[in-house]
Design a protein around this ligand. Structure first.
Ligand SMILES: [Zn+2]
Length: 282
């Protein structure tokens, strides 16, 4: 029976992949222009393309402020989200469970917060954001910050990685910088390493000089995990130098090593591109 079920699941997977196949020209354009994908091997890109197609079949998109979400928008966002799960074992038709929908804004938007102070008074605040997510709602993304070429290379910022790292964190109830760990990782060691690094980072902000990572990371352990996940994928050498023990934990957690990719990406950037400009106009 297990054999029959396995064959049935493989057949369903192939059907979903066929229905949501990504256009060759679009995929070529994204692999050449998304900084997060730069330097990936052919095998990694093939795996990523499959994960992206599965996600396209499993997730829902809508546009805010009349923004039109087409295949290019969906695939651009999903391909970047899929990088976070690239090292996971392949299971099921939804490889990134825990969230269902994405709302895409044309640019930065006002995020609203309601909070209650110690006196029990409710406060409503709004602030500009390029992304937002919660453990119960959709993922909100600014297209202007997620599209290819959105950030200058080398900044280490990526709104898609940030928001979807929060989603990984939410998988075990709430966002606290403590996601569900793969088998074999020690929860005690994770807590020790992250609490120690968080305290050191907060203390470093009081020192003269520029912080190695976005100071927003100091606002909460959940933000520290999301910002350092961005650094893991985009500035792994910087993260390794600043917090080698955090880097080692993320290496096992994400089950992939972005360092060779970043080395190749830097080498590729310094060479002229044979096919003309590949970055989109703003
Ligand atoms: Zn955040």
């Amino acid at each position: 029976m297990a054999g029959l079920l396995g064959r049935f699941n493989a057949w369903r997977r192939q059907r979903v992949l066929g229905r949501n196949a990504i256009d060759d020209a679009l995929w070529s354009e994204l692999t050449a222009s998304l900084d997060l994908l730069a330097g990936m091997s052919a095998a990694e890109l093939a795996e990523l393309r499959e994960l992206t197609a599965l996600l396209d079949g499993a997730k829902r998109f809508s546009g805010a402020h009349d923004f039109v979400v087409d295949a290019r928008v969906r695939v651009t966002i999903l391909a970047q989200a899929a990088v976070l799960i690239l090292g996971r074992p392949k299971v099921g038709l939804d490889p990134f469970p825990g969230w269902l929908s994405v709302i895409v804004y044309p640019g930065a938007f006002l995020a609203h917060r309601v909070w209650v102070d110690d006196a029990g008074v409710e406060h409503h605040t709004a602030y500009p954001a390029d992304g937002e997510t919660s453990d119960f709602g959709p993922v909100l993304i600014s297209w202007d910050d997620a599209r290819p070429g959105a950030r200058d290379t080398g900044t280490g910022r990526n709104v898609v990685v940030h928001e979807f790292a929060h989603q990984l964190d939410f998988a075990n109830t709430w966002g606290d910088g403590y996601p569900i760990l793969p088998r074999g990782m020690s929860p005690a060691r994770w807590s020790e390493v992250w609490i120690n690094a968080f305290d050191r980072f907060r203390a470093s902000l009081g020192q003269p000089g520029r912080a190695a990572f976005d100071p927003y990371a100091a606002s909460a352990p959940a933000e520290f995990f999301a910002v350092l996940s961005e650094a893991f994928f985009l500035r792994p050498d910087t993260l390794h130098a600043a917090f080698p023990d955090v880097f080692e934990q993320l290496l096992v957690y994400y089950n992939q090593d972005p360092r060779p990719r970043r080395g190749l990406a830097t080498a590729q950037r310094s060479q002229p591109r044979p096919h003309g400009p590949l970055r989109w106009a703003r």
